[in-house]
Design a binder for this molecule. Structure first.
Ligand SMILES: [Zn+2]
Length: 218
């Protein structure tokens, strides 16, 4: 319990420090939020969204899950996306993966991890589509790095297929979609995909990450 109580002490010290520097800070947040970014990241404790982007409270609307997925059956993600796009009017949606992702690694091997095996089925598909390219890489680290990238691209594509994003684009509205990978080695974000703001661009992206042919719009 010692570590737990230390966390609460940290909280009290933080709140006091913030108030000392800016007496109106909490009052402004009480009034509401107006973030410009929706960040979809992994649960991994080493990838703290606000810290690595230099963002403060109120700047990022966030949703995190194992292997940073924009899962088409995840009502939590879809609800957060709908709220972010239709009510908060966020300008950008970022999918952020990271090197050394345990979720991605689990999806590259045999089953046996428990419930998460179900959750990772989209990531497993990505692996299957690219198995030849991945197996040709020199070692597991290189394979995982590449899989992390492919997964981010696929998740941006999955986002583009959601009714929320499709509806917004059809009306000529935001958001702009981006895919990034956080490098645990140097703390840098590498931009894999950026500026996806139309169905046309999303379809090109879909063709890039998979060999599937995209259905024509009717
Ligand atoms: Zn991860």
């Amino acid at each position: 319990m010692q570590n737990y109580h230390k966390m609460l002490e940290n909280n009290r010290a933080w709140a006091a420090r913030v108030l000392k520097d800016d007496t109106g800070y909490f009052g402004r947040h009480e009034a509401g939020q107006r973030p410009h970014f929706f960040f979809i990241g992994c649960c991994d404790s080493r990838v703290p969204a606000e810290l690595l982007l230099g963002a403060g409270p109120g700047e990022l609307f966030t949703y995190r899950n194992i292997a940073n997925q924009a899962h088409p059956n995840d009502l939590g993600m879809l609800s957060a996306l709908e709220y972010a796009v239709e009510f908060l009017d966020v300008k950008h949606v970022m999918v952020c993966g990271h090197h050394g992702c345990g979720g991605v690694k689990a999806a590259m091997g045999p089953h046996g991890h428990g419930v998460v095996d179900h959750w990772l089925h989209v990531v497993r598909d990505v692996y299957r589509w690219h198995e030849e390219e991945l197996e040709a890489l020199p070692d597991d680290v290189a394979r995982t790095h590449r899989m992390v990238e492919l997964n981010v691209i696929e998740q941006v594509f999955q986002l583009s297929r959601t009714p929320v994003v499709q509806r917004a684009w059809a009306k000529g509205q935001r958001p702009i979609l981006h895919g990034l990978v956080y490098d645990l080695h140097d703390g840098l974000l590498n931009e894999l995909v950026t500026g996806v703001d139309s169905d046309e661009k999303a379809r090109l992206l879909g063709a890039r990450v998979t060999s599937r042919s995209m259905p024509q719009r009717t």
